[in-house]
Each structure stands twice: as C-alpha cells, then as structure tokens.
Ligand binder design. Sequence first.
Ligand code: ADP
Length: 362
Amino acid sequence: MAAVQLSGIFKRYGDTQVVHGIDLDIDDGEFVVLVGPSGCGKSTLMRMVAGLEEISGGDLMIGGTRANTLAPQQRNISMVFQSYALYPHLSVYENIAFGPRIRKESSSSFKPRIDAAAKMLNLSGYLDRLPRALSGGQRQRVAMGRAVVREPSLFLFDEPLSNLDAKLRVQMRTEIKALHQRLKNTVIYVTHDQIEAMTMADRIVVMNAGRIEQIGRPLELYDHPANLFVASFLGSPSMNFAEGVIVNRSQGQTQGLALKLTDGSEVALERAPASAVVGAKVALGVRPEHVEVTAQIPDTALDVEVVEPTGAETHLYGKIGGTTWCVTTRERSRIEPGQRVALRLPAEHIHLFDTESGRRLV
Ligand code: ADP
C-alpha cells in the first residue's frame, strides 16, 4: 500500500515545458483519476510516476520514500496500458506468470496468486488459450491479471479502455472499480473520458495545458466547478453558457438582477452571488438537465432547431443569445423543430463565471 505525493513536479522536453508544477497528495488506497483533453500532460505525469520518464523538477514520494530517481522496478508499481502488450505466443497463464518468472520466483509460490487473479477476473476457463483466441475485454483482463499478480502498492492505468467498444468499456469500468474495492490499493487512472472519470474516481484531477484546474470528488466538481474549463469539460451534453453583462432587470414583472445577453435579451437572475454586481461581464452556465420547459413566467426562451430522442430522455437544441443550448427533458416531448419554448433556469442551478478570468463567482 502506498500514499503518493507530488510536489511542484514539472517536465521539460528541451526548451518546452509541458507540465507546470503539479501538487497532488494521493491517499493510500485512493482511486484518483487524471482527466483532461488530449495533450494536457496526463500521460507524461503518469510516466514520471512510473519512472518511464525523467522528472525535470519537484519531488515525487511513493510510500514515504523519495522516488524521483528510483528505477521503475524499484517503485513497486504495476501499469496497465491502452495496448494490452500481451505476448501473442504465450498462453493466458504464461502471460500472467511472465513477471514472476522473470523475477525467478518458484512456480509453487506464484501459482496460487495467478489462480486467484484469474478467478477474480473471470479468466479461470481461459488459462490455456492464446491471446488471439480472446475477446478485447478478456485481453484487457489478462493485462490486469498481470498487473495484479505483482501485488503492487500502486496501480497505474493509462487509458486502459480506449481500444474497447462502448458496451465493453462500460462493463470493464465496473470491473476495474470492483477490483479496486476488493484489493484496496492506490490507483492513478488516466483518461480523456469524463464519464469514466465521474463514474470511477474517488477524486478527479482535471488537467489542462500541463496544469491542474481543479481537484475534488466527482459530484463536487460537477456541482461546483471552479472555473469555465471544468464546467464545460465535465458533463454530457455539456453545460450551456450565455455571456452577458449584469444589469438591473427591465423586463417582466419582478425586480432584481438580470443578465443582458449580446443579442439584447435578458435572462432573469433570481439569486446572484455577491460578486455579481451591475456592470460585471459574466458567463452564465446551466446544465441541460437543470433547464425546465415551463408554462409559467419564463426566464428566457429557446428557438428549437433539433429534437433528439435518446429513449430515456429527449435533447432539445436551439439558440439563446447566439449560442447553441441543449435542454434535456425526461418526458417524451411533443416539441418540434421551429417551435419556441419558454424556459425556467432555477436559481439554485445557475453558475456564474467571470468572463475574463473564467473563475466561478461566489
Ligand atoms: P496527454 O496524455 O494528456 O494526451 P501527453 O502527456 O501525452 O498528454 O503530452 C503532453 C504534452 O507533451 C503534449 O503537448 C505533447 O506534444 C508533449 N510531449 C509528449 N512527449 C513528448 C516528447 N517526447 N517530446 C516532446 N514533447 C512531448
């Protein structure tokens, strides 16, 4: 078991710095997901933890020991990659046994571990097969089996599900989570998929351009994104935004603040944070599932352009203030493209961000 601490970790390739001073404390047994768009530095950070990439600066502690210059095999880490990297000419059993054999462990010492891992990963019936006779999901489970038998104190997963089809990804996601609940070891998991991050993580680290944007529990980040980047990155369909200026409300019956959008229309703000003063340029954000189609006095209106029924819910797409919005309804909607629908934006679900800094207003 191992806690992991990263303090001021950075990475330079020649003159180019790609990771800019990462501070991150991971508890023993925690499942931490690094998520962010392609090229934001997730893999580089992971590879530095694994010892596959030199650390240009900062301190890496694994299990209380400074690990910056330790060789990968001294770090007691197992890594599972996107490509399963199985040996095609070796059976499932021999693929899983590869590490212990290399370390010259006796077969009587590692066989029980392999049998236990195979049982846990539903591979017991496949131990004599070659990788080519397995499905993608089974191959990924063999790769995990190989990682598990090392009994590492730290598991690193680098986009392990990217090569699988959608259904299998969902299934493997659950299996990896169940595996963690059984083994209770520390996991750092890299993905660009925000759903994977939301569903698997104890804590999510959202990265962007070599920096951490926010760290927190999945629903904390979803409900209280610290900035526009996190707000737009997490959630699918993503959060709706409208930019404008805070004004005293001039339309409708009630008094109070409103957001005047670029097209001149106003969105009522029933409740605004203290820093939302008249004249401030802000971006209003509201998630598709929080927008209500209403028969009451509306806060704004949507000119519906596209209606997408997904079965469980319906997505309505249209423009507000020149920006495309999505409204998700759980009812089977009779709304048609070309219709104008009145919307309510519940005050408790409205997020406001400073347009310039992108930071959440409080
Ligand atoms: P991610 O895993 O988030 O997609 P990476 O960690 O792979 O991102 O890459 C982060 C940045 O570092 C990218 O801009 C990438 O081009 C750059 N990079 C990665 N490896 C190298 C390398 N060996 N030499 C120079 N730049 C690199």
